[in-house]
Write a protein that binds this ligand. Structure first.
Ligand code: FMN
Length: 140
């Protein structure tokens, strides 16, 4: 089992209706490929965690990297895991304020001074805690 997490900069502002259609397609693909995860979107940035078999993730990540909706992908995690964090989500989704991403942006921006998380907390843990405190959709 493997996971990849990244943050990226949005290039096009996606409206609610288009977003719903995109998510439906992502979830269909992910169910087929046994991929789970979580996607946050602030209008400015995306943060996504994908979990599954390494080969399937590499294929998906290559596609995601090419996607015109965003650019400047910065990997926050890429490694093997013993279990999924979002096993019940084919792709959980949450629209967030840009401010809600502060904790995760600390991993991306070395100049971000006041990191709200202790050094030993991983980006995936920060994401997990964020989601635990916020409702989300996309449960299988
Ligand atoms: C921020 C972001 C997250 C995405 N996440 C997924 C995903 O979880 N699963 C997926 O199949 N496609 C995802 N995509 C879309 C892929 O880039 C690609 O368009 C899609 O996988 C192609 O699907 P198709 O092979 O059915 O045409 C994402 C795109 C963006 C911009």
């Amino acid at each position: 089992m493997h996971h990849i997490m990244y943050m990226s900069t949005a290039l096009v502002l996606v409206q609610e209706e288009e977003l719903t259609a995109m998510l439906t397609q992502y979830r269909r693909n992910n169910l087929r490929d046994n991929i789970t995860g979580m996607l946050l979107y602030s209008g400015e940035h995306y943060v996504q965690l994908i979990e599954g078999a390494e080969e399937a993730l590499r294929k998906l990540f290559a596609k995601i990297c090419q996607d015109y909706h965003h650019t400047n992908l910065i990997k926050l995690a890429d490694g093997s895991i013993s279990q999924r964090v979002f096993e019940n989500w084919s792709m959980g989704f949450r629209s967030v304020d840009e401010a809600a991403l502060t904790g995760l942006k600390g991993y991306v921006n070395p100049e971000s001074v006041a990191l709200p998380h202790p050094e030993e907390e991983s980006p995936v843990q920060v994401l997990q805690q964020f989601i635990q405190h916020n409702m989300t959709d996309g449960r299988k």
